[in-house]
Design a protein around this ligand. Structure first.
Ligand code: UGA
Length: 432
């Protein structure tokens, strides 16, 4: 099939490349010419394990193309995926849909034959109705069909999530579009993915409700972890015990720092804003946001306790600063709250991240990047393990540290409490 992905950000690029790998002809379009030129040279603008190899392979065999010519790309395709960003509106909490509507206008003047137009971007319920209105201004309704097909990829696991999705959600009542899309996704359905055909509005809401629910699960276990710390229980036992109940499930029950990234913080705010518009109160999600916003304060208080309330001039080292492992994404990472706060209190901070230096900290006093784990932790009073990269999972702290007394605060529960104690290390973790 001939596909056009509009927007070569996370969603557009990963799904475009994976669709081409399944044998489709895919054009990835972006108005950023520079980005397109780099992609044509095999240079990938985002960090995603395995993506570069797939781009190079499919670009070479000519199933994957890159272009900044939107009109031509639309003309040559049967299915158009809108994959542009829907960030939080500046100074507000709702999703900024300006890029979506601009693209819809451009599509409306480029339709030469029947097109299936799909929103893959995360868009509030009723956005599909608006897109339909925009396109219908210039085109007969027989010439296009607007479908919602939300994306459930996780950064760092995106390719696996694309190939082995739990479910594929297609929101449309149009029989022709549904037949074509089921065919497009058939290679994944035949490997076990559930295919759900529903209404367009339901598909839009499924995406937000899913992200909000996962954010709720994480926030829930983080609060339970606080209670575990006070009662001498391991939160991991609680996660296992709860997760064995099939109604609950074991995934997304890992306690840790505040959740972050480009999706959960943005989407939880946006779903509340949508509900407000429809005069509906999502009080559970509101309290999830509040609890998550307070999470970094709780962890910072614990840092203070660990250091006997003496933070000034203490050497604190961060291992990993991105919002999670296997990504270079800093968006809404809890390190953006924790590091500036500790620097303000006079701590001397070093950090190491497998994805390198972060400009976000360049102007913060006494915060320095080191290019190895050793250099980062050798003279630290306290090492904070902030992300769960494999690189951090078997560090010989006693060997790398010049200090007699190294303290470790493991925010991802990577290490076993007993093993660390047996090595004579002062070790703190979350909910244990
Ligand atoms: C999330 C969803 O998981 C995807 O299904 C969705 O497609 C995506 O948002 C999106 O809307 O585009 P992502 O933000 O890439 O994916 O990352 P997650 O793996 O979900 O992690 C989000 C945050 O939750 C991270 O800060 C992570 O450290 C935290 N987390 C996750 C926990 O603290 N505990 C867990 O058990 C799981």
């Amino acid at each position: 099939m001939k596909l056009c992905m509009i927007g070569t950000g996370y969603v557009g690029l990963v799904s475009g490349v994976c669709f081409s790998d399944l044998g489709n002809d895919v054009i990835c379009v972006d108005k950023d010419k520079n980005k397109i030129d780099l992609l044509k040279k095999g240079k990938i603008p985002i960090f995603e394990p395995g993506l570069s190899e797939l781009v190079i392979k499919n670009f070479k065999n000519k199933r994957l193309k890159f272009s900044s010519n939107l009109k031509k790309s639309i003309n040559n395709s049967d299915i158009i995926f809108i994959c542009v960003g829907t960030p939080t509106k500046k100074g507000g909490s709702s999703a900024d849909l300006s890029q979506i509507y601009n693209v819809a206008k451009e599509i409306s003047s480029s339709i030469n034959k029947f097109k299936i137009i799909i929103t893959k971007s995360t868009v509030p319920v009723t956005t599909g109705d608006e897109i339909e209105k925009i396109i219908a201004k210039k085109n007969s309704k027989k010439k296009f069909s607007i479908v919602s097909n939300p994306e459930f990829l996780r950064e760092g696991e995106a390719i696996r999530d694309f190939i082995y999705p739990d479910r594929i959600v297609v929101g449309s009542n149009d029989k022709k579009s549904n037949r074509i899309l089921k065919n497009l996704y058939n290679p994944l359905i035949s490997k076990g993915a559930q295919y759900l055909n529903t209404s367009r509005r339901a598909a839009e809401l499924i995406k937000y409700a899913s992200n909000a629910f996962l954010a709720t699960k994480i926030t829930f276990i983080n609060e339970i972890a606080n209670l575990c710390e006070k009662t001498g229980i391991s939160v991991e036992d609680i996660s296992i015990g709860m997760g064995l109940d099939k109604r609950i499930g074991s995934r997304f029950l890992r306690a840790g720092p505040a959740y972050g990234g480009s999706c959960f913080p943005k989407d939880t705010k946006a779903i509340i804003s949508t509900a407000d518009k429809f005069k509906s109160n999502l009080s559970v999600i509101k309290s999830v946001i509040k609890s998550n916003e307070n999470r970094s304060n709780i962890l910072l208080k614990r840092v203070s306790e660990i250091l006997n309330n003496k933070i000034k001039n203490k050497k604190i080292s961060f291992l990993g600063v991105t919002f999670k492992a296997n990504t270079d994404d800093m968006r809404d990472s809890s390190s953006l709250i924790m590091i500036p706060s500790l620097s303000k209190k006079g701590a001397l901070i070093k950090y190491y991240d497998p994805t390198g230096f972060k400009k976000e900290f360049s102007k913060i006093k006494n915060v320095n990047y080191e290019n190895s784990i050793k250099k980062t932790i050798e003279d630290a009073d306290l090492v904070i393990i902030h992300t769960e990269w494999n690189d951090f999972k078997s560090i010989n702290f006693s060997k790398l540290s010049k200090r007699k007394k190294i303290i470790i605060y493991d925010l991802r529960n990577i290490y076993s409490v007993d093993k660390m104690k047996n090595q004579g290390l002062k070790y703190y973790s979350v909910g244990r």
